[in-house]
Design a protein around this ligand. Structure first.
Ligand code: UD1
Ligand code: UDP
Length: 360
């Protein structure tokens, strides 16, 4: 049986892993490496538990620090594992530092790399994830794109050979788990002291963690000002990156309409997506989930990450500016249920099929 080494490290990768690993393990032996990039229980273990992902074979315990230091430490440790395991292929997802480190370690050892979620481009190297996406795509032997726009970007960079459209594993996960929600998942909502948070009947769902929006008070405060002005509370599970800043701003400015929560598990998160009036986010995953659920979304970011969602105002970009966010939130929106550019909910199978063809 051929051996695939899969490397993950961050929250969105555990979700994609759950979709792909389930199918992959029927045909291949999978060696699973967790870099340790995300390590809090509710940023890591909770996903493995609730989505039935096998425990990683290795955990490298690398997290925090500068991009270079984190990526460099991961690179060294992943190389050791690849040398010991000698897999037939390395599998990576998305655009985190864990993705980049694993891809570089493998390509230097002549181990073919398969990149799932290939071809996403914003058009700026100022975004740290863009660097990771470009380098990973260019060193990969097999590139699997979620959408037609991803395939277009790959073509423009001369990477059309061994690039395929498979659909989005986040869509598979969303469809699969949405059917299984029963409301009990919402009990995971907890304030920063760990006390249960009652979900208001009408609410907005927000996540905001990008370096670009959270590294200073100004931008996050503008986003909070917008949410504070809305007609219903905002539920905001806070990424550990900006836990302290969010807590301080809400306390010092006396915001009453923003309900801070600890990060929640996947099923709780998509339950919030399905129940919310509208979504405000800077997350690549959450803006797609809003689209899957037919919920209007405002993405606080300068660049379009998922062009397919930017139709009929379903997903609109806003500056981290109170007036702009409120204006975008009030725009009329219409969803066409027949338009589904993220595949058919079976990308996991297609991804494994392409890996199988490649390794034949
Ligand atoms: C990373 C990804 C980003 C993705 C996000 C998903 C990169 C360059 N970026 O950003 O694309 O959207 O994950 O959530 O890889 N921290 C904790 N506990 C944790 C995890 C992180 O305290 O469980 C702290 C870290 O120590 C660090 C900070 O949060 O100080 C930021 O974490 P890091 O992994 O560097 O980047 P993310 O913002 O999570
Ligand atoms: N998510 C979650 N718990 C939270 C916030 C988000 O499970 O507290 C889910 C969200 O529904 C989506 C994924 O995490 O499935 C997105 O991950 P994240 O925003 O961390 O990364 P990005 O998509 O920006 O790379």
């Amino acid at each position: 049986m051929k051996k695939i080494c899969t490397v993950v490290g961050a929250r969105p990768q555990f979700i994609k892993l759950a979709v792909v690993s389930r199918v992959l393990r029927k045909r291949f032996r999978e060696v699973l490496v967790h870099t340790g990039q995300h390590y809090d229980y509710n940023m890591s273990d909770v996903f493995f538990e609730e989505m039935d992902v096998p425990k990683p074979d290795y955990n490298l315990g690398v997290s925090g620090g500068s991009h270079g230091s984190m990526t460099g430490q991961m690179l060294i440790k992943i190389e050791e594992i690849l040398l010991a395991e000698r897999p037939d292929m390395l599998l990576v997802f998305g655009d985190t530092n864990s993705t980049l480190a694993a891809a570089l370690a493998a390509v230097k050892l002549h181990i073919p790399v398969c990149h799932v979620e290939a071809g996403g481009r914003l058009g700026t190297l100022d975004n740290p994830e863009e660097v990771n996406r470009i380098v990973t795509d260019h060193v990969s032997a097999l590139r699997l794109a979620c959408t037609a726009s991803g395939m277009d970007f790959l073509r423009r960079e001369g990477l059309e050979e061994r690039s395929y459209l498979t659909g989005d594993p986040m869509y598979d996960a969303f469809r699969y788990y949405t059917e299984r929600l029963d409301g009990t998942e919402l009990s995971e909502l907890r304030d920063f002291d760990g006390k249960p948070l009652a979900l208001p009947e009408k609410f907005y769902y927000m996540t905001c963690h990008r370096q670009e929006n959270t590294d200073t008070d100004e931008k996050l405060e503008q986003i909070f000002q917008a949410m504070e002005a809305l007609d219903a509370p905002t539920v905001y599970p806070v990424h550990p990156r900006n836990h302290d800043r969010a807590e301080r701003l809400v306390r010092e400015r006396g915001f009453r309409n923003i309900l801070l929560s600890r990060p929640v598990g996947y099923q709780c998160s998509i339950s919030l997506v399905n129940r919310a009036q509208k979504i405000v986010t800077d997350s690549g995953g959450l803006q797609r989930e809003a689209f899957f659920a037919g919920k209007p979304c405002v993405t606080v970011f300068d660049y379009v990450a998922w062009p397919e969602t930017m139709v009929n105002s379903c997903n609109q970009l806003a500056k981290p500016d109170k007036v702009d966010i409120l204006e975008k939130l009030s725009a009329p929106v219409s969803f066409d249920p027949a338009y589904q550019p993220f595949g058919d909910g079976h990308s996991g199978e297609k991804i494994v099929e392409k890996i199988g063809e490649f390794l034949q």
